[in-house]
Design a binder for this molecule. Structure first.
Ligand code: IVH
Length: 678
């Protein structure tokens, strides 16, 4: 082998390994910059020696030439679907049917079950030959699917070559891995938001979004979509022995495939049911849409014996979670003015219970989408709620539309008393009110400024925000610091105690760290995480104010869109006045208390896992904070974990940490750890 070929192989192995550590284990061991360096080195060599490019090279994850159509693929073994159970009795009936068909050489007490979440994405089958991904196909009709290999290659958690893990495991000659391609909820929400801003198609749910993204003829588009994958079965394997479904999961994991971490193996069917009920309770906390749980018989010999009826196997059943859709009446279409002035429509609904939550309002995304779906006042509409996703109006039921209905006419002006004409920018579908004095925007800005991720002013709720804005006591967020006792007492519902408490909380918030102040300013695209990046790069607000677009873009994590938004915000005279007022009030506008060098070392060498709902930080903020202080954050608890940072409603990670004797800490203890050495 030539030296150059050897170098290329080595770089690919290394890159694959780091991709696996980063995306599948959530436990990177090199920085992004170091990764990029290796990547560019490989790309450079491939550019000079195009004959060395192979489809499994990490450089090929960016997508390849668009196709005219997808090639058809006949599955060697059909991809079946699953029978459904809707309650415990259905599940018990399924088990009874299994028991009735049990061969006499099998003891009922030996039946073991595996329970997995049923992820709502789309099924794919991926074939690896001698460790290289050679084909990936969608389920299609179960027998014939579509060849989406180029698109699957762009999904970072899917190994292009196994073993990605560098285990001393030689890859099987041929294996078909089956699993679900899905879009994580956070990624879906962010992606839809981005689509909205670009004036492009918004997807109704993560499933459609995953399907739409995977079925792109141009794989370069798929490469930009935040898709992920869980492996849940081996279709067939040559050159390895697998006896149980549990073995199959372990084996796929050893080959470098992502396996869901919340899987139960047990012989106790009551435990199966209670595990599923726990799932139903916590489904909203997951970062993916699960529409049920799948119960499988663990023993593959028994699976085979039980076989398939029609196109559903007898050895497995999907226990579906209660529907997350409901029908209700749309009472009115109203508009909301956001803190950046963006005006968006939403539906006021006759209250309806969806999966245990009463829904009174639902998003209508934007005026364009609303017009396309032709949703009208007094329509009967289908509402969908899924996980963390804001409830949305799916569509009207046309048969139930009243005769006298007429299409919705979008507003031309801001709904506030100034009635400023709304405008659009560039290609964006969004409409804006650009009046700097718009009270509707101000109320939202105040709400955001005092909220938990920002200045966290205790007791200062939305109602007070509205009161002080309407009474013109506050004309911009900085005015909050100049509110007097007399002014508050003049407002409805204020007694002395309440006024004093609010004033104290306002005073205390002046000590909030610099990054929270930046968050509170409400600059478009600048939330708590970006704010943390900014305070690391700029020691005070005036340095940030002077920063150019190029300087901002040179910061890790800040792209052109964010940079432009920051420059634009600081260029406005009204905003410059806000900064001066905040300075006068004595709000923290510098990062001097904790020099970055010290800060970044306090947690060095420690590995954290974050779970549950924390009192003030979101999980991503907590992770950013830990990383900022030199700590490492991983996705799952293992012996290597030093601390589990747990909030309310912590689930299986907490149990696991306790069983491994890992220190469980709360947000307060994290804060002491961070401030201890500084
Ligand atoms: S097993 C015969 N396991 O559900 C077994 N399926 O209705 C076939 N799905 O098309 C699948 N999560 O797309 C299995 N943990 C899981 C799953 C799962 C989601 C989907 C899959 C399949 C459909 C069956």
């Amino acid at each position: 082998m030539s030296d150059i070929q050897e170098k290329v192989d080595q770089l690919r192995d290394e890159l694959n390994h780091h991709l696996y550590r980063y995306h599948t284990l959530d436990d990177p061991i090199i920085s992004d910059v170091e990764y990029d360096k290796l990547f560019h080195e490989l790309r450079q060599i491939e550019e000079n020696h195009p004959e060395l490019i192979t489809p499994d090279s990490p450089t090929q994850r960016v997508g390849s030439e668009p196709l005219d159509s997808f090639e058809k693929v006949t599955h060697l073994l059909p991809m079946t679907s699953l029978g459904n159970a809707f309650d415990d009795a259905d599940a018990q009936n399924w088990l009874d049917r299994v028991i009735r068909r049990l061969p006499d050489w099998y003891d009922v007490n030996d039946i073991e079950f595996v329970v997995e979440p049923k992820i709502d994405g789309l099924a794919v089958a991926m074939v690896y030959e001698n460790g290289t991904l050679v084909q990936a196909a969608t389920r299609g009709n179960g027998r014939i699917g579509e060849n989406v290999t180029a698109n699957i290659r762009t999904i970072n958690v899917v190994p292009l070559r196994i073993p990605a893990e560098k285990e001393k495991l030689s890859p099987p000659e041929r294996i078909e891995i089956r699993g679900e391609v899905y879009m994580p909820l956070n990624a879906f929400n962010a992606f839809n938001q981005q689509q909205l801003q670009k004036g492009e198609r918004v997807y109704a749910n993560p499933r459609n979004s995953a399907a739409g993204s995977l079925r792109q003829l141009d794989s370069k588009i798929t490469a930009q979509r935040p898709l992920s994958f869980f492996a849940y079965a081996i279709g067939y394997v040559e050159g390895a022995e697998v006896r149980t479904h549990g073995d199959a999961l372990d084996y796929m994991q050893a080959l470098g495939h992502p396996i869901n971490s919340d899987i139960l193996r047990t012989k106790d069917f009551d435990e199966v049911l209670s595990f599923i009920h726990q799932w139903m309770e916590k489904r909203d906390q997951l970062d993916y849409d699960a529409d049920g749980a799948v119960i499988k018989i663990n023993d593959l010999t028994l699976q085979k014996y039980l076989g398939v009826v029609g196109n559903t196997p007898r050895w497995a059943i999907a226990y579906k979670f209660p529907a997350q859709e409901a029908t209700t009446k749309l009472l009115n279409i109203e508009v909301n003015v956001g803190r950046t002035g963006q005006v968006t429509p939403y539906a006021v609904l006759e209250p309806v219970n969806i999966g245990g939550v009463t829904v009174r309002q639902a998003t209508l995304h934007n005026f364009e989408d609303l017009a396309k779906k032709d949703i009208r006042k007094n329509d009967t509409v289908i509402i969908k709620r899924a996980g963390d996703v804001i409830p949305q109006v799916v569509k009207p039921i046309l048969d139930l539309r009243p005769d006298d209905s007429s299409p919705y006419a979008p507003p031309k002006q801001c709904p506030c008393e100034h009635q400023t004409p709304l405008v659009q920018f560039g290609e964006e579908v969004a409409w804006f009110c650009t009046n700097a004095l718009c009270p509707a925007q101000l109320i939202r800005q105040i709400e955001y400024f005092v909220s938990r991720p920002a200045m966290n002013i205790d007791g200062f709720g939305s109602k007070i925000g509205e009161q002080v804005a309407k009474a013109s006591l506050v004309q911009d967020i900085a005015d909050i610091y100049f509110l007097t006792r007399e002014q508050l007492l003049a407002l409805e519902g204020f007694a002395e105690k309440k006024a004093d408490k609010i004033l104290e909380a306002i005073e205390a918030s002046k000590q909030q760290p610099f990054d929270r102040v930046i968050t509170g300013l409400g600059i478009r695209y600048v939330g708590s995480v970006v704010s943390l990046f900014l305070v690391q790069a700029f020691s005070d607000i005036f340095a940030l104010q002077k920063a150019t677009q190029a300087e901002l873009e040179s910061i890790d994590g800040i792209g052109p869109r964010i940079a432009e938004s920051i420059v634009e915000w600081f260029s406005q005279a009204t905003n410059q006045a806000v900064i001066l007022k905040l300075q006068k009030a004595g709000v923290t506008l510098t990062q001097s208390t904790q020099p970055t060098e010290n800060q970044s070392q306090v947690l060095a060498g420690l590995t954290f896992v974050v779970t549950g709902t924390l009192p003030t930080l979101s999980r991503s903020e907590a992770k950013a904070l830990i990383k900022q202080h030199g700590g490492k954050v991983t996705g799952s608890v293992s012996k290597k974990t030093n601390y589990l940072l747990a909030g309310e409603k912590a689930g299986s990670k907490l149990t696991k940490a306790q069983s491994l004797n890992i220190s469980v800490i709360d947000e307060e203890i994290l804060n002491t750890l961070i401030t201890k050495d500084s």
